[in-house]
Design a protein around this ligand. Structure first.
Ligand code: AMP
Length: 112
């Protein structure tokens, strides 16, 4: 399978790691859209949030348990935003489930 985030998880493509555990991996986004912008991915290839089911939902628990730790490590003491894009209308460009963690400034009130 040709998946850039699987390649990052495997270390075949370099990334700036911010967090890792047995279930998930987080790294700085290559094209940040906020002063702090990292991406958190499950270590298993799941195409998007639309493919979450009872078999793989434990990754969501793991990711959302990691997010407050990552946010604290990155100094996001005044709040942040978590976004996942899904499919074409959701403007998902990488077809491996990921959550954007954005912060470091007051974010726009547009788009949620
Ligand atoms: P999305 O558009 O929601 O699928 O988000 C994909 C994100 O992955 C974008 O914000 C890209 O900037 C980011 N991205 C793509 N390739 C890399 C990479 N090699 N390292 C870090 N971030 C990447």
């Amino acid at each position: 399978m040709d998946c850039i985030f699987c390649a990052i998880i495997n270390g075949d493509i370099p990334s700036k790691k911010v967090y890792e555990d047995e279930s998930c991996y987080a790294f700085h986004d290559i094209a940040p859209q906020a002063p702090v912008h990292c991406v958190i991915v499950p270590k298993e290839h799941i195409s998007s949030a639309d493919a979450i089911n009872s078999e793989n939902a434990h990754y969501i628990s793991a990711i959302f348990t990691a997010i407050p730790k990552i946010a604290a490590d990155l100094g996001l003491t005044n709040g942040y935003r978590v976004i996942t894009n899904i499919g074409e209308d959701g403007a998902q460009s990488v077809k491996h489930l990921h959550f954007h963690l954005l912060g470091g400034k007051k974010l726009s009130e547009n788009i949620v």
